[in-house]
Design a protein around this ligand. Sequence first.
Ligand code: WTA
Length: 682
Amino acid sequence: MSDKESPESVSEVSEAQIAVHWGEEEYYHPSTQFIAQANMTDADLYERFSLEKFPECYKEYADMLDWYEYWHTTLDTSDAPCWKWYVGGKINASHNCIDRHLAQNRNKAALIYVPEPEAEPHQALTYQELWVRVNEFAALLRDFAGVKRGDRVTIHMPMVPELPVTMLACARLGAIHSVVFGGFSGKACGERISDSGSKVLVTMDAYYRSGKLLEHKSKADEAVKVAEDEGQAVENVLIWQRYPGQYHSETPLVEGRDHLVNDIIGQYRGQRVEPERLPAEDPLFLMYTSGTTGRPKGCQHGIGGYLAYVTATSKYVQDIHPEDVYWCMADIGWITGHSYIVYGPLSLGATSVMFEGVPTYPDAGRAWRIAEQLKVNIFHTAPTTVRMLRKAGPEEPAKYSYHFKHMTTVGEPIEPEVWRWYYEVVGKGEAAIVDTWWQTETGGFLCSTMPGLQPMKPGSAGPGMPGIHPIIYDEEGQEVPKGAGKAGNICIQNPWPGQFQTIWGDRERYVNTYYAKYCKDPKSKKWQDWPYFPGDAAVQAPDGYYRILGRVDDVINVAGHRLGTKEIESACLVVPEVAEAAVVPVADEVKGKVPDVYVSLKPGYEASEALAKKVSEAVSDNIGKIARPAHVYIVPDMPKTRSGKIMRRVLASISNRADVGDVTTLANPDIVEQVRILVQGN
Ligand code: WTA
């Protein structure tokens, strides 16, 4: 059965509705020094990528890659809305991210790894060393685990260099990797193994977080069990070790299934695996993300289009030059890490820094010490981290002598006040900032200023990227013109190479979720009839800049992580005492939004702190700590409509200390005041 995400399921409480409506801000201009060195200062760029020149304009991006065979069709729309890019082309992502740089840059650092313990030395992996390790692990995957082109490989790993090594080894073989964020639970990992049909799981024994070596391997046992219960057998669990040769987990290895990579990699020393010459539209990876209903969906990204898009945007928007030290502080387990730690930077032959730990451990100066030590000059993070660092150590950046030329913010709206701290204090007034709006589904940036061409405006993402043509529609499909001062649903009028190809195994859900709402003709094979609807609300200022307000569906963006409220609700319902659960987004000073949980109990059970804790733990166990509710309120009953629907809007107003509005038409209006007192006190 497919999870239909019809437009009718659009939430009654959305992030966008409770978004802060900031005023219009002043422009900030990039420095002349920045402009003088910027990769992209060609004012004709947008004209070159106009709708009239679409789709052929995107040849420019694909020409940044190495092709075994050149493509014959830039965009094939015959299977609309599953778009195919650069059809006829043959390519390999691992070759593009590694091999092609060897002749000129064999000894250049591809990755610089910063372990969390400050006493541990940094590790620089040259392109040559990366090539050696990827070849050996690809040989192991192929010859030991039987992985071949088209197979899915689930990877549940922390931020260690072995993670990109594993991804690139899969890419070399044409296997489709599915990286699950390391902080997700074993159960969440198991569900993704099952959905993707992976027979191989690659994991690690342990990793550091906030000063503790956290055991991780037991999650693999749970994941395999969950997948097996759902009918997906895992044949091989390959376990990297945080310290090769030492096993930091209490859980035993399962005979015949679990293998320590360190024990077997020796057999593959010196082995070389020719990169597979793959059709451009073969899938490169799946990345699961939360939606309105049902389980997370596997966004399927293709090789040629995705790689072309992230390479070009890394060059133009991230402004990465060969001599730069680029640090994106995201986790590779999210799309930002895939596109802008691994694939984009490595395809450009850049030096990409990866950090194992949290930026506030052991203190709020850690990130700035790393920047100083490594001479990082391009810095990339999320508003939630900026807020956290601003709160924990507003004076810290000034103590360190790093200099950024460029900074990125990604993943959530950034408050103008927070933006200004980022600009003045972190960037020391020297760095150009880009606020990049995009999604797991979109592969790369959709809206951002071009840093050498356009001024910045705090709180605004900027115009559409070259070749990305946004449009804001109202609920009826009428265009909301720029400067109208009204919000609407932002859509993209055209496909682009970085866009995902479909939802793994569920084309119907893909069409319903992203296209059904504004499709002009479901039978059409013309891209013009298929505007892409990302699920965000936005306003467009008179200058054409877009301000993104947040999700219009049942998705909450918690500290830059996307979580489905329905997923959290179903985790609460796992607790036997719980009768009903409702999850609402609440504004939070640091994390942007956090989930508040309301539950009512089955008859015969009493509310208690222990029970609230049990609900909270059920959420962390089923999804991961990132989903843990801010509060769990056990209420005598849920406010409901006469037809029995839970009024989440009312609960959200109570949690956000806003006016609940007119509740007289509810089936049980009196409950509202009871719940309000329970939450807010008198
Ligand atoms: C939100 C993260 C405002 C948005 C790359 C989107 C943003 C969701 C921005 C995707 C931004 C992302 N300003 N909101 N610059 N960037 N978002 O899939 O609601 O984890 O739909 O991808 O984050 O989250 P995802």
